[in-house]
Design a protein around this ligand. Structure first.
Ligand SMILES: [Fe+2]
Length: 196
């Protein structure tokens, strides 16, 4: 009889596990939740905090991105817009990287939330001094971000560069502005010679 009881209890446990497991989120459902959350806030800092919280929850709950969004290319990282919400004023893009691919040193046109979906990325941050051609960059942070981790950038303390540390990496970026598909999220790029 034990042989019959064991498969029965195992089956019930498995069934219960399946019923209580959260299904992987789709990018569209995660984007809708992030947009809805941002609509209920008042300041850029609040919107960025809500966006980060919801993105981190989605990443850790099994967010799944289809192959066409995570495909990498030689030469340069790929950025694909997956959602623009004009009511909340946010844009969500998926960036797909190969080892060593990196951004220039740059600031953004609005707040930005980064969440790593797969692989690892290194983020170097800078503070600025001076202005115009005399702008100088001071290294202020060096972070390695792994899958599931998130970060917030709030202008004017938003100057950074990102490099892919693994064979491939994918990250999700939320910007606090409704961008056209090819509109850059970068407010300004800085020459590396400006780093002190
Ligand atoms: Fe950036």
């Amino acid at each position: 009889m034990l042989g019959e009881e064991h498969p029965s209890s195992w089956s019930e446990a498995m069934t219960q596990a399946i019923l209580t497991r959260r299904p992987p989120s789709t990018v569209s459902s995660a984007a809708a939740a992030i947009a809805a959350g941002c609509r209920g806030t008042y300041t850029p800092r609040q919107r960025a905090s809500v966006a980060e919280l919801l993105l981190r929850r989605a990443l850790r709950a099994g967010l799944w991105l289809p192959a066409e969004l995570v495909a990498t290319e030689p030469g340069r990282y790929r950025s694909r817009t997956v959602h623009v919400d004009r009511e909340s004023g946010i844009t969500i893009r998926v960036l797909a990287w190969r080892r060593g691919q990196h951004t220039p040193i740059h600031g953004h046109i609005a707040w930005c939330v980064i969440g790593v979906y797969a692989g690892s990325e290194r983020e170097l941050r800078y503070t600025t001094s001076g202005a115009g051609g005399d702008t100088r960059l001071h290294p202020s942070g060096d972070h390695v971000m792994h899958a599931g981790q998130t970060a917030v950038l709030l202008p004017p303390d938003d100057v950074h560069e990102v490099t892919c540390l693994t064979d491939d990496a994918v990250s999700i970026h939320i910007y606090g502005s409704a961008l056209e598909p090819d509109e850059p999220s970068m407010r300004m790029e800085y020459d590396r010679s400006a780093v002190l």
